[in-house]
Ligand binder design. Sequence first.
Ligand code: PGA
Length: 237
Amino acid sequence: MNLFVANWKMHLTRAEARAYAAELGGRIGDGLEGRELVLAPPFTAFDAARDPRGRWSLASQNVATETAGPMTGEVSAGMAADAGCRYAIVGHSERRRLFGEDGDVLSRKLRRCREAGLVPIYCVGETQEERDADLTSATLIRQIETLRGDLAEAPLVVAYEPVWAIGTGRAASPADAAAARVHLASLLASRRDLRILYGGSVTPENARDLLEATGGDGFLVGGASLSASAFEAIARA
Ligand code: PGA
């Protein structure tokens, strides 16, 4: 089933999240057939963003590397699951860039997700510099290596998010997104339950072309997902 994930990043108060949920619920009625919707709010807005009717589920934007302990400011995968999350975003480029997360840290986060029963949404993608240096393929191979210890049978979502396309208004071309998808699918050929999303400046205007060209499984949406109507339009694309 196609998957549409709204990554709110560090946006929306609880009141705003409640208004968003009410609007989204009103727009989708009994839900969008054949499409799975997920909201990834800040931790503080899990309750406000939840749908009592289950038409969408929740994702944590991050999880800690450990299960519990003296890690001031962190939230564990188990806590996110306890708060009602089904998914967790792991390895978003903002975490990689701003918090230095990579390799070992991310593989520990993936393990914590599995222990807690959360399905990881594992993000990969090359920077502009890597792209210019013709290192896109090598970057994806290195980032996919992090999944080495993860069970091939476990459900997995991978989001291809070229860093230069995130928040820039400059989405990957459908051809580039399709090429990356083919490459990732071949790197992950052993996976039994895999969905590959595209992320990076997805809008209601470009969603259909990107989805068609890539034969994609859906999107991880940042900026445009802050509007319930835009997120709905993308999911209907
Ligand atoms: P964007 O963000 O849609 O604002 O480019 C995507 C993401 O960071 O997941």
